[in-house]
Design a protein around this ligand. Sequence first.
Ligand code: AHG
Ligand code: MN
Ligand code: MN
Ligand code: MN
Length: 327
Amino acid sequence: IDEKLALPVGVTLDRFIKWNQQDFPFATGELSQLLRDIALAAKIVNREVNRAGLVDITGASGAANCQGESQQKLDVIAHIRFMRALTNGGEVAGIVSEEEEEILYTGNDQARYVVAIDPLDGSSNIDVNVSIGTIFSIYRRISPLGTPVVLDDFLQGGTAQIAAGYVLYGTSTVLVYTTGRGVNGFTYEASLGEFFLSHPMIRTPEDGAIYSVNEGNLPAFPGGIRTYIDRCRERNYAARYIGSLVGDFHRNLLKGGIYLYPPTAKAPQGKLRLLYECYPLAFLNEQAGGAASNGFQRLLEVPAQSVHQRCPLYIGSPRMVREVEEA
Ligand code: AHG
Ligand code: MN
Ligand code: MN
Ligand code: MN
């Protein structure tokens, strides 16, 4: 990774995006605009999340999503906010969201990009004031411009992503993303309404001493995974699991560690969704020097067959992920 790509800490996200774009001689600026649209929606969702306890937007919405999960009110609000920003922004032709069974057509048939999104990750943590997030993945469409998007635009596979990232609504709100040339993190300054570069060119440690897994499911895990978890305990690794993938991932990215969501008898493909949870974090983590696997192969190379497909996930410091694959 080219060191000159690191801009000084403190520049705004807008400036960073503009400067980054100048480095692509043929860039048209559309991807830059799309990233700004995502940042705008993130600010709006951040506002909603922050006042959630004061207005009546915590709790269940009463509906279920297509995966049978009870939708929380904030799941729906975040979904709507991102859909609006991406539709009105004009750069996105179609969207796949966790909260909508079918592809969403924005009507921007001239737009070059499609987005897969988990608008609000960690729903179970909303009502208890624990960090939640948003995860996004961007592809250049393969269907002709001027026509509606097609399913194959979303099923190009993890290596075809041109950008991916997440927003973590935590003790502070951060936006972390990659366009395939390293990973940069920006912290939100609410009084100024701006994201500032706070984590330039993130590199994840080669190895770590944190393991993050829902150990309540241990009896149902494959033997190799139980062996690996035993080793983590023998080595006195720290167990850290908050149940928001974005939060667990972000911590391990910075500190070194591994996040595991293995298959179980009840959920043979695990719980996490390939397009808007696994692929984007796998791309970003590789860009930071980390690794991601489904237990057998590089996660980015797991073929996509449907938009809400699930996939086992082992992601984190490369040495830890290799050890899981060998266990
Ligand atoms: P979402 O809230 O977007 O549906 O995602 C939930 C995911 C993820 O955030 C988290 O890591 C995982 O579910 C936790 O699952 P368990 O409660 O089964 O551990
Ligand atoms: Mn959900
Ligand atoms: Mn999620
Ligand atoms: Mn979600």
